[in-house]
Design a protein around this ligand. Structure first.
Ligand SMILES: N[C@@H](CC=O)C(=O)O
Length: 360
């Protein structure tokens, strides 16, 4: 259990006006270790108050009064003096250079953007899965000469899949994964898809998503080797990604081939008994149970289960034998919480607990 009581670290959100930016703002309200002191977005907002620059879009909540009058400044380090940590919800078109400018200026960047995920010196982090990959930060800082650093979270559909696979990999080995996703419309940001395209419809294509899912899964389930870098897990992953007309929560149907035989009871016991580092450390955003297995025949369901563990748990169900691979199952993750802002906040908490934010 982490019990230090440092002064809270001043943090900012980049890309604060979008959906994921708003998730960051929401999750940082009253955070015990991080104090949200500034908001940044595109230059067009020119310092206007947050309440004038954007409308609050998160369901069942109002814009926090603490941020309503904050000016929306430009995404430049000099516009955010005193800020030691930034959470980036920037779109991929601009995230790359901006995030690097912050790391160069001595800021720790926790990014939701795709740009640096597959870089050979950037941890693609899910604290329940590959907390040891933060060892790459020392290498990144040295190689790039940065006093700060960049850590990214994973693609929102890779996140619950990898959380489900990690304990299976440890206990039985995993050789192959075949996956079909049913991804919510919020994954496309706001305003996202035209209603005429998505209502009464399923779209069997999300640009770049299948490639990300396949490569990110191998990186996260792989290892960080001093002197060698990231080594991918020797795992074949094939993904079909579809967009469905749910608002939040990516539901995924997976078939896996294991290296060793296992009974369904053993697999469920491994999932239910999984208690990785964030839970051991009691990190503020870590759900009590990283993985929840539902025994009902028709769960998990997107609308009923996406908020489990305040949107930070992966919810599993329907484990059954697969006539082609070893087993098949369903997994669900909240895409804008665990798969986006919540994932990055947990990454920052792990770094805080491991002392990586102390020397910024
Ligand atoms: N790329 C993802 C984003 C996650 O929510 C998607 O399109 O769903």
């Amino acid at each position: 259990m982490v019990t230090q009581t440092y002064k809270r670290i001043p943090v900012a959100v980049l890309g604060a006006t979008g959906m994921v930016g708003q998730r960051f703002i929401d999750l940082l309200q009253g955070h015990p270790w991080f104090e949200l002191v500034a908001l940044a977005a595109s230059e067009q907002h020119g310092g206007r108050a947050y309440s004038e620059a954007t409308r609050w879009r998160l369901p069942n909540s109002e814009m926090p009064v603490e941020v309503a009058s904050l000016p929306v400044v430009a995404c430049r380090p000099e516009a955010l003096p005193g800020v030691k940590v930034v959470f980036s919800a920037l779109p991929g078109e601009v995230a790359g250079d901006i995030e690097e400018a912050f790391a160069r200026a001595g800021v720790a960047v926790f990014s939701n953007a795709k740009n640096h995920r597959m870089a050979p010196d950037v941890p693609l982090l899910i604290p329940e899965v590959n907390a040891d990959h933060i060892a790459a930060i020392a290498f990144q800082r040295k190689e790039r000469g940065w006093p700060g650093f960049i850590i990214t979270n994973a693609n929102c559909s890779a996140t619950p899949l990898v959380m489900a696979l990690k304990p299976l990999q440890e206990a039985f080995g995993v050789r192959k994964v075949l996956l079909t996703t049913l991804q919510a419309i919020s994954g496309a940001g706001y305003p996202g898809l035209p209603s005429y395209d998505i209502l009464d419809n399923v779209i069997p294509y999300i640009g770049g998503e299948e490639e990300k899912l396949e490569s990110e899964t191998r990186k996260m389930l792989g290892s960080w080797q001093e002197g060698q870098g990231f080594v991918d897990a020797p795992l074949a992953v094939s993904a079909h990604c579809t967009r469905v007309s749910t608002r939040e929560g990516h539901l995924e149907c997976a078939s896996v081939e294991l290296e060793r035989e296992a009974s369904p009871e053993e697999i469920i016991a491994v999932w239910e008994g999984y208690r990785p580092l964030p839970q051991q450390l009691g990190l503020p955003s870590a759900p009590e149970q990283a993985l929840i297995y539902r025994r009902e025949v028709d769960r998990p369901q997107t609308v009923r289960d996406r908020d489990a563990g305040k949107g930070m748990s992966a919810v599993l169900g329907r484990l059954r034998p697969c006539p082609i691979f070893s087993y098949k199952f369903v997994v669900l993750g909240h895409n804008t919480i665990r798969g986006a802002a919540g994932g990055s906040v947990l990454n920052a908490e792990l770094c805080y607990a491991q002392g990586l934010l102390a020397d910024l």
